[in-house]
Design a binder for this molecule. Structure first.
Ligand code: ADE
Length: 236
């Protein structure tokens, strides 16, 4: 059972989003657990405050060190648990990193809000700082959910056979080929003939060619990487 803990000021946001569909089934089956923990529950401030102005001035409030540290301590119990601070000021998440994180037994995601979190708390608890891309969101909850989803689907058994077979994109470095379902003719548009041929080998070849075309068109830099890799393999 892989355990995910999400430390946040908005636990309901995370709970609602992650207990549905495939991840909901995985939780029911005991393959993963997802716990959202409210950082506010750990503040020592008698008014329940968790934020304050930043030293040095400037707009916006900062989450204070004490509630974040104590919340983390309560969840980790002092054990060494890989702890990801979710921030645009970190390394960028990708499939390789998802694979690496899926090897852990337990992960803690720390979500900031407002202008972020006091650096001293981050130094004390964060083992990683990870962004989901070069754009700024209002908080770390959505990025944490993105990462939990990407990691959880790699846990053995979370995807059924049908689901896992269907998504090879990124594992071979190419984007996915186009797919079609019934009817064979829709709005005067036919399904590519090869797919109706029943010739499994030609279908696979066609899909591979299409994956290359799609990658060239939408992600030329990914295609460059892919063709370099293929050329390396051919040389040896
Ligand atoms: N918090 C706000 N924007 C973010 C992003 N792009 N990635 C991770 N955390 C964030």
């Amino acid at each position: 059972m892989m355990k995910f803990h999400i430390l946040t000021l908005f636990p309901e946001m995370v709970e609602q989003g992650l207990n549905t569909s495939i991840l909901g089934r995985a939780i029911e089956n005991g393959l993963i657990s997802i716990e959202a923990v409210n950082i506010r529950d750990y503040t020592e401030n008698k008014h329940g405050r968790v934020d304050d102005y930043t030293y040095g001035g400037g707009a916006g409030m900062l989450m204070q060190a004490q509630p974040v540290y104590d919340c983390h301590r309560a969840v980790s119990g002092g054990r060494n648990v890989r702890t990801i601070y979710v921030t645009p000021a970190g390394r960028v998440f990708n499939q390789g990193l998802a694979q690496e994180l899926s090897m852990e037994e337990e992960l803690i995601f720390l979500c900031g809000h407002y202008e972020g979190i006091d650096e001293r708390a981050l130094e004390a608890v964060a083992t990683d700082r990870i962004s989901i891309g070069d754009y700024v969101l209002t908080g770390g909850e959505l990025p944490a959910m993105v990462m939990v989803d990407a990691v959880a689907r790699l846990v053995p058994g979370v995807l059924g056979n049908d689901e896992s077979a269907s998504y090879e994109s990124f594992s071979d470095g190419l984007l996915e080929y186009p797919q079609y379902s019934r009817p064979a003719l829709w709005m005067d548009k036919p399904v590519p003939k090869i797919l109706l041929s029943g010739d499994h080998k030609r279908v696979e070849e066609w899909r591979h060619e299409q994956a290359i075309e799609v990658t060239k068109r939408y992600r030329p830099e990914l295609y460059e990487k892919y063709s370099e890799k293929i050329n390396e393999i051919k040389k040896h």
